[in-house]
Design a protein around this ligand. Sequence first.
Ligand code: ADP
Ligand code: MG
Length: 470
Amino acid sequence: MNKASPTSEPKLTLSDPDRQQKALDILSPLVLTKTQKERVKEVFIEEMKLGLAASPERKSSLLMENTFIPELVNGTESGEYMALDLGGTNFRVIYVQLKDGKIEEEIIDYYHVPEDKRLGPGTELFDFLAYCISDFVHKRNLNLTGRTYQLGFTFSFPMTQKSLNIGLLVSWTKSFNCSGVLGEDAVQMLTDAINRRGDLDITVSAILNDTTGTLVMGSYLDPRCGIGMILGTGCNGCYVEKVSRIEKWPGKHSEAEVIVDIEWGAFGDNGVLDFIRTKWDRAVDDQSLLVHSYTFEKYFAGKYLGDLYREVLLTLAKSGVFCEGNVGGGEGGSLTKHGSITTKDISAIESEHFHGGRDDVKKVLERLGLKPDEDDLSIAQHVAGVVSYRGVVLVCLLIGVLLDRMEREHCTIAIDGSLFQHHPRFRPLMDKLISELAPGRPFDLRLASDGSGLGSALTAAVADRLQKKS
Ligand code: ADP
Ligand code: MG
């Protein structure tokens, strides 16, 4: 049985050489050429520069947002802190007890945000969040008397930050669409909801997104951490930048460094990445909730990789190369049905391919009512490799640029998200490709599980430390 390697470029070998060639020809737009890879890097550098410029000649697709977090965890933080993590797949309430920069105790509880709260009036959403904090505090017997808890608020939606604790919502995304919140400060709305209850003494001292939280969590795990990344439903990255290199900030700054949230999920929304865009990427975009946005993450993130894969197989089927032109139609949908193949399926297909099996790939195709022969199974495995490989290459190109820009002796990259955690190609291939793309720049990839939430509590602790210092 053919065993694939997570770090090698996917290779297709079929018993019928004509069919093999035909399949490879169809798939060729998904294999990035050396020139294309170079171009992606150049464009990324250019877009970062524009995103940081005081008066850019055109609008960058990278927001390069100021997070107002000037320092990371330094090992002196002590006390009890709380956090909320809203905007990922799960909503969490978090409690952390720190002693000399070490987490002595952590509690993370999951709450379900019902649909009517996600789509109703904003005040009701924030009242619900405050209710969850209160429920958590009482259920977990946290001591409320005579103390104020500082809370970090991970609010993973596009926002304009005015300070560490002011974040104005730019637009709702994902499954949220509450009225009366656009342009409003989410910290103020949460604070108002907490005050309406009257049973909690909590100060919301920091607002951030999951990516930034992951970097702060990374700095807890390894002080050399300088890059944070999300590889989950979506994809984003942030890094520690020298304030002197941020042209767009007016006035004097006492801080030397700050975390910049790149918002690279939207990289290419202005068309600068169209030169790698395939018809399958366009199809995925067309079927997505927010069309013509989040171009970069739609190339491979968890929400989209399964559909991209399905679109490619659909083309192969329609060309007669795959499953004799059949598109299926079973209990689990068909190749034409959006969502019938998930990114989790891709992980399973790739994983067994690396072990030399083909039961899972067969199961996925049969679920769609397809009747694959041996060559069909090889094609299905190969395509999973091709779409995944391209995704890893794209992420690594950006990381390589950041490592070169930061010029550190060593840089740890903290990553949170199920795609990184469970897709068996990501980690090993990232290790290999980043070394090749940024030679002489030592780095470590570090999984920061729950970094989006724990990092938020740690940010509240850092904010508290800075506050006391000033
Ligand atoms: P979020 O990014 O929403 O905070 P996660 O990091 O848990 O949450 O990512 C969830 C996403 O990860 C889902 O969109 C799903 O597509 C993807 N995912 C879930 N399980 C797997 C898996 N086994 N392999 C790859 N991706 C997965
Ligand atoms: Mg998350």
